[in-house]
Design a protein around this ligand. Structure first.
Ligand SMILES: Cc1cc2nc3c(=O)[nH]c(=O)nc-3n(C[C@H](O)[C@H](O)[C@H](O)COP(=O)(O)O)c2cc1C
Length: 396
């Protein structure tokens, strides 16, 4: 099986790229990631102004001991651009076949900042450059980050500056935010300005709530907090929706990012049509070696279907994502209980009674579905802790 893919003329040995973030904070770290098997890495975003991070900048939601959602109020790279340029050179020398992607942010109206950073990255040897139009904290207050990605005119203008400067030849990939009313409008704006691809998505604006014992918000910076970026598994459905919207209009290849923690997650983004899949939070939680597990899972998925290359299933699922009105109104299912697996816990009964159609009753301690009256909503199927319920088509 071959996991190699090409994106915007650049060859990746596999689809897995470290997203810009703490795992790409410096060249030593990226070297270890490359040794572990990542095909590429997006460096932590460069900015010309000094970066002083807040302390206590993360908050999480856990289910049991597993982190399912993550919030951060981290700023951009603490390293100076010149230090990064030196490090990019070293990285590319040591790993000529790995892909190093620059990531830059400037002021919305400062063409010179964007050009300086892009040229610096290009001269150092990056293969592609991401434009950070999407960081949701710290920078939008100053008109940068997601403030740019929420404004078609600025997204287009900045992309245009880089694409019309004849000295800049590496592919330019704006990284977009999902926090817009319609991400395809931003896509069109950067496409017209000449973007070579798109990365979607960055973290989503969020608050993680309070510690109810201390009344401190999370993450607490001396007792206060500010909205920050949401990432990790809980972000995946939003990222999938954005990628689906973006690939509907072919032309600009999409790098997917958001909530990937397994090769199965990656398979879903590739099915939608994104050949490259970036990962940040999962690496923060599991380390670089998680890429081996992710590759094994993707290969396993490919084996189930007889796919031997990424191209065999790239975009295969997207035609199944339809407009609401295009779905079959005559398609019908009813709930069916497998009593061999049922523990009689009543969870399905309670959900159907209080949020469904009152078609499940308990008889002799076990649920019985009135299938003639069942409206096929599937709530019972989802709440059953024993996988004892299936939704069965009434057709034929
Ligand atoms: C702590 C943290 C710092 C991040 N810093 C950056 C950054 O400097 N530049 C950037 O483009 N994205 C940054 N991101 C966003 C990630 O690259 C990625 O878009 C987002 O976390 C969603 O992917 P994930 O669910 O795999 O983490 C950061 C994310 C986290 C969690």
């Amino acid at each position: 099986m071959h996991l190699a893919v090409d994106y915007s003329g650049v060859h990746f040995e596999n689809p897995f790229v470290l997203a810009s973030g703490p795992p790409t904070a410096n060249a030593d770290m990226i070297s270890r990631a490359f040794d572990a098997g990542w095909a590429g890495a997006v460096i932590k975003t460069l900015i010309l102004e000094p970066v002083n991070n807040l302390q206590n900048r993360f908050a999480t939601i856990k289910v049991g001991s597993k982190i399912v959602a993550f919030k951060n109020i981290e700023l951009l790279s603490e390293l100076k651009p010149e230090d990064w340029y030196r490090d990019i050179r070293t990285l590319k020398k040591r790993f000529p076949n790995k892909i190093v992607i620059g990531s830059i942010m400037g002021d919305a109206k400062a063409e010179d900042q964007w050009i300086e950073l892009a040229r610096g990255c290009q001269d150092a040897g990056v293969d592609l450059i991401e434009l950070n139009f999407s960081c949701p904290h710290g920078y939008p207050d100053k008109g940068k980050g997601s403030a740019i990605g929420q404004a078609e005119e600025y997204s287009s203008m900045i992309t245009g500056w880089l694409k019309t400067d004849s000295r800049i030849t590496v592919p330019i990939i704006p990284k977009l935010t999902a926090a817009v009313s319609d991400i395809t409008h931003i896509r069109e704006a950067v496409a017209i300005a000449g973007a070579d691809g798109i990365c979607a998505i960055n973290t989503y604006p969020s608050l993680m709530g309070f510690d109810l014992k201390t009344l401190e918000p999370r993450a607490s910076v001396g007792g206060n907090t500010t909205p920050g970026g949401y990432s990790g598994p809980g972000l995946k459905p939003i990222a999938l929706k954005c990628v689906s919207d973006l690939v509907k209009n072919p032309g600009l290849p999409v790098m997917a990012c958001g909530g990937v923690s397994s090769g199965y997650d990656a398979a879903e983004f590739i099915l939608l049509g994104a050949p490259i899949v970036q990962v940040c939070t999962e690496v923060m939680l599991e380390g670089y070696s998680v890429v081996s597990k992710i590759k094994t899972e993707l290969t396993e998925f490919m084996g189930w279907h007889g796919f031997s290359t990424i191209g065999d299933f790239l975009g295969l699922g997207n035609e199944r994502i339809r407009k609401f009105a295009e779905l079959d109104r005559d398609y019908a299912v009813t709930a069916c209980v497998d009593l061999d697996n049922c523990s009689g816990c009543q969870t399905c009964f309670v959900s159907c009674r209080d949020a469904g159609y009152q078609v499940i009753e308990m008889r002799d301690g076990f649920p019985v579905v009135d299938r003639a009256m069942c409206r096929g909503c599937s709530l019972c199927f989802h709440v059953c802790p024993n996988n004892a319920i299936s939704m069965v088509s009434t057709a034929g």
